[in-house]
Design a protein around this ligand. Structure first.
Ligand code: C2E
Ligand code: MG
Ligand code: MG
Length: 403
């Protein structure tokens, strides 16, 4: 039973509704279910030593005395590690804004459920909890902090390599390229993901070592794949901090040309951010890179600060819709509308539009119907090493539902 090893706290002022939720949980196998009628009662319970036992809180929004919003604020400051599910009969736009608020308060929000709650939706959220929880446990057992010294040693020791995550044309399922994602193959600790080292490298001014390693290896990989008859392109992530060096564009051009690859097969992904303080050198670099033929992609579109301004200033060739919008597409009308207008905008500006984080057949189908060109995500394939990617390319088509 999915919920059997987890413990829950249900906060709901209406006795009947609380009973319904408790019985849905029991039917999913839950054996430890605590109940509270008000936010205060719940907080008292959590501040008790027993709180360490609670895995997931299910919280109503509209309650007398202390409403769900206030309760969430307290949870954010005193119990941020407990997962939370918000239940409400209120309209979706409001639930959506509470969701954003929860994020801002640092709450580990699993999701929201419209009332009346259904076992299926609850099961989905519990599954998310289980998979995330597992991932976190893995990260902890990997040891999540590395010193700059260790990372640099790994870099010079040749332990870093790109993994490739395929990008496909949504209308046909054809593989048209891949994003190169940095992985540290640690001799003792296995595969380490970018969150463990990008920040440290950026803050210490060492990110270019990784950038050039990724560019060189990606260009070589791309050449090899072309030699097998698959004319794909590879996307490489560029840190904004690198763009302040006005020589960057020339250095990148040199590295790619030395591998014998035409720059048009390399797409540079840039994440929009508020921290783009040194705007002039960044614009110079990007203009030069575009002139040399590189593709320029605006990454994680929609999460940054000055999207429209950036789009009007930089000659982007691709727009990548952030995976958070794709994840919410089926539950949030706002996300769906934003995706739709991003696709429309990209099309009008003759940019390719890529959706990130495609995790289900339904995601693919919906995005295809919205005329999104390209897709990337676990449903298509997870990032993989070069040999696996080469094999993936020779299969060429990703088989999918109706295509
Ligand atoms: P990103 O550029 O937005 O890359 C996409 C991230 O989403 C990757 O995480 C990828 O594994 C993950 N992803 C792909 N499909 C799915 C999906 O269906 N569901 C979910 N939940 N996730 C999916 P990864 O590899 O951990 O990379 C994280 C970030 O680290 C990247 O985000 C990128 O910003 C940064 N990064 C990766 N490699 C480099 C690099 O060489 N240089 C720099 N500067 N940054 C890099
Ligand atoms: Mg990227
Ligand atoms: Mg992205």
């Amino acid at each position: 039973m999915i919920a059997s090893e987890l413990s829950f706290l249900v906060i709901e002022d209406d006795d009947f509704q609380r009973d319904v939720i408790v019985s849905v949980l029991s039917n999913l196998g839950a054996m430890q279910i605590a109940e509270a009628r008000t936010g205060t009662e719940a907080l008292n319970f959590l501040n008790d030593t027993r709180s360490t036992l609670i895995d997931i809180i299910l919280c109503d929004l509209n309650m007398p005395e202390m409403d769900g919003m206030e309760f969430l604020r307290h949870i954010g400051s005193s119990h941020p590690s407990i997962a939370t599910i918000i239940m409400s009969a209120l309209d979706i736009a409001l639930i959506d804004s509470v969701r954003k608020m929860a994020g801002a308060y640092g709450i580990y929000l699993l999701g929201t459920i419209e009332k009346p709650i259904t076992p299926a939706r609850l099961e989905t959220l519990i599954n998310i909890y289980k998979s995330r929880d597992l991932k976190q446990r893995k990260e902890i057992s990997n040891g999540s902090r590395y010193t700059l010294g260790e990372i640099l040693e790994g870099l010079t020791g040749g332990e870093f390599t790109p993994f490739f995550q395929p990008k496909v044309k949504l209308s046909t399922g054809r593989v048209i390229g891949a994003e190169a994602l940095a992985r540290w193959i640690h001799p003792g600790r296995g595969v380490i993901t970018p969150y463990e080292f990008i920040d440290v490298l950026e803050k210490s001014g060492n990110i270019d070592i990784l950038t050039f390693l990724m560019l060189e290896k990606s260009a070589k990989a791309c050449k090899l794949i072309h030699a097998q008859g698959h004319e794909i392109s590879i996307s490489v992530n560029l840190s904004l901090t690198s763009l302040t060096d006005t020589n960057l564009a020339d250095k990148i051009t040199r590295v790619v040309s030395e591998s014998g690859l035409d720059p048009k097969f390399i797409i540079l992904e840039i994440t929009e951010t508020a921290a783009m303080t040194e705007m002039a050198p960044a614009l110079e670099n990007l203009a030069r890179l575009r002139m040399k033929g590189f593709g320029l992609s605006i990454d994680d579109y929609g999460t940054g600060y000055s999207s429209m301004q950036q789009i009007s200033r930089i000659a982007f060739t691709e727009l990548k819709i952030d995976q958070s919008f794709v994840r919410e597409m089926t539950t949030s009308n706002v996300s769906k509308v934003l995706i739709n207008s991003s696709i429309e905008m990209a099309t009008k500006l003759q940019m390719k539009c890529t959706a990130e984080g495609i995790e289900t057949e339904n995601d693919w189908e919906q995005l295809k119907n919205m005329n999104c060109d390209l897709g990337q995500g676990y449903y298509i394939a997870k990032p993989m090493n070069f040999d696996e990617f080469l094999e993936f390319c020779s299969e060429n088509l990703v088989h999918h539902g109706t295509v």
